[in-house]
Design a protein around this ligand. Structure first.
Ligand SMILES: Nc1ncnc2c1ncn2[C@@H]1O[C@H](COP(=O)(O)OP(=O)(O)OP(=O)(O)O)[C@@H](O)[C@H]1O
Ligand SMILES: [Mg+2]
Length: 146
């Protein structure tokens, strides 16, 4: 069983606010998966969550890096793009072990690219973002029962 909450946002800041609410309930070892088309707001959501977790620096797409690490808040945060990482992680699984470790909070964009890599992690929430036209987005946050 799980509980899903769906909201509609009309600008990026509103999506960031939803993310901040989720972030308040996260603890070390939690993994948050983010699905949705290009430009739907996955990185925007992660940015909002990271701000709430005490990250001050830029939070940008990890598309062209393997992983981003934000270490300036009380809990270290990793930000991954599994689409980009899938091949690399297959060669070197320890890479993901580090990013998805028990002392960090991790946000994973494009989890469907390689769900097998996430086996054994504690998925605290699945976030789905959908385009509704213009700046409107549907944001669904699904949390497994504790
Ligand atoms: N309601 C909204 N919620 C989120 N983002 C919005 C909204 N309205 C406009 N935007 C804009 O849409 C863009 C979303 O880009 P973002 O990089 O977050 O998407 P993404 O899903 O991570 O894309 P990619 O698949 O390329 O990684 C940003 O420029 C953001 O400002
Ligand atoms: Mg992105």
């Amino acid at each position: 069983m799980s509980a899903a909450e769906r909201a509609e946002t009309t600008r990026a800041e509103e999506t960031e606010q939803l993310a901040a609410r989720l972030a308040a309930s996260l603890r070390p070892g939690d993994v948050v998966l983010l699905s949705g088309e290009l430009g739907s707001g996955k990185t925007t959501f992660v940015r909002g969550a990271c701000r709430a977790l005490g990250v001050h620096g830029p939070v940008t797409s990890p598309t062209f890096t393997l992983a981003r690490r934000y270490e300036d808040g009380p809990v270290p945060v990793s930000h991954l793009d599994l689409y980009r990482l899938a091949g690399v992680a297959a060669d070197d699984p320890s890479l993901l072990d580090e990013e998805l470790g028990p002392d960090r909070i991790a946000f994973v964009e494009w989890p469907e690219a390689d769900e097998a890599q996430l086996t054994g992690t504690r998925v605290a929430a699945r976030v789905r973002l959908e385009h509704l036209g213009g700046d409107r987005r549907a944001v669904t946050v699904e949390r497994p029962d504790p």
